[in-house]
Design a protein around this ligand. Sequence first.
Ligand SMILES: Nc1ncnc2c1ncn2[C@@H]1O[C@H](COP(=O)(O)OP(=O)(O)O)[C@@H](O)[C@H]1O
Ligand SMILES: [Mg+2]
Length: 403
Amino acid sequence: MAASVLSIRPRVVGTPPASPQTTPSKSSHQVVSVSLFRSADFNGIPLSTESLEISSTRLGSGAWSDVFAASSVRSRQESGLGLLTPPTTPTKSTFPSNTRFPRGEIYAVKRPASRSAKAVNIAEARILTRLHQIDGHERYIVYFRGIDPTSGHIALDRYPLGLEDYVIQNLNKQTPEARTTTLITILPTLAKHLVAGLAWLHSAGIVHADIKPGNILLDPSSPSSTNPSSTQSLFPYTPLYADFSASLSTTPPPSPTITSDGNIDIVDANPATAGGTWDFLAPELLTSDPLSSRPTPRSDVYALGVTLLFLIVGRSPYADAPNVFLRREMARLGKPLQCVYDDERFEGVVKGLTAAAARGNSSLSAGVEGAARGMGVVEGIKRAVERKGEGRMGSREWSAGML
Ligand SMILES: Nc1ncnc2c1ncn2[C@@H]1O[C@H](COP(=O)(O)OP(=O)(O)O)[C@@H](O)[C@H]1O
Ligand SMILES: [Mg+2]
């Protein structure tokens, strides 16, 4: 899916399409025109503009938006699926064809749920526009297709599931033994990719600020060459960071969003205050001190540590809390590891990984005497969920230190 951009024929237009940008099609499905801009203020000639028809298939909802499956109007016309009048001289489709999703609905359109949500989407699209221009985006983050700056619709490639779905619908349904084997096999590669992706994001000057299993989508179409075959057969996906609605830039100071009607919107997109979960927030973000409550690269590292713990134990480390207040308090104490030490699933995975590492090391020491030992997954998690931000390892250090 990620490589498919090469096949897109950019339709260069002088100015962004005039409003209204969204028009109902004959099927009463909405058609939205999205553009990919070079500049994060969406000025200048777009690199490409596409009309997408939004279907009624809802892929998910969050605090700010509803996400629907969508298809390219052009490819629908050309394939005869079109609900609009087909072109008289059909041209060969330059859009990626994909049989995984019915009716060519291979895109996801994120529709803002309210006026303030539109400002959140615009801010997210600014970050996606920046990241889209940096090498590596296709490996680490969802594929951005464009924004309609007037309505705030964001277009992305569509992915069939997220990491949270995988844990609940697949991993947790395996027998305990199979589950442990799966995790021991897939964790080193999966964690390595997520850590490398986070280091990439931070080098690009972006703090994600809402890392959790629900905001990591899984791409099944990536080349398997990057995964060892054992991982590939058990986990045939590449994990990609998604949902940059709470993200911020570490370089320029945060700027307010100027809406199309000239008003300035300052939106607090903090995931927790927006009705999200506290469980992945670093303890320093759960204090009342405004100076320390701004997300940082280190708070992302913490969130990724808790995300990997979620994967291992199949639920939040704080899932046992009797009520939301105590749950928040547990998150604020910042001891997620202590909450999973007694969990059989955690114990099984630690034992399995330790045994695998010991096997690996004996063959290593037989070959390369004194070869440097890297950091294992569990050791990495321990150093990532260090309670105090100052003592916590950075994403680059984590990535460089991994086995
Ligand atoms: N590109 C996509 N492909 C498939 N599903 C998606 C995609 N983007 C989002 N979703 C679904 O929609 C949900 C909400 O999207 P997200 O970007 O996390 O928005 P929010 O900021 O509202 O949480 C996700 O958890 C996921 O289930
Ligand atoms: Mg989300």
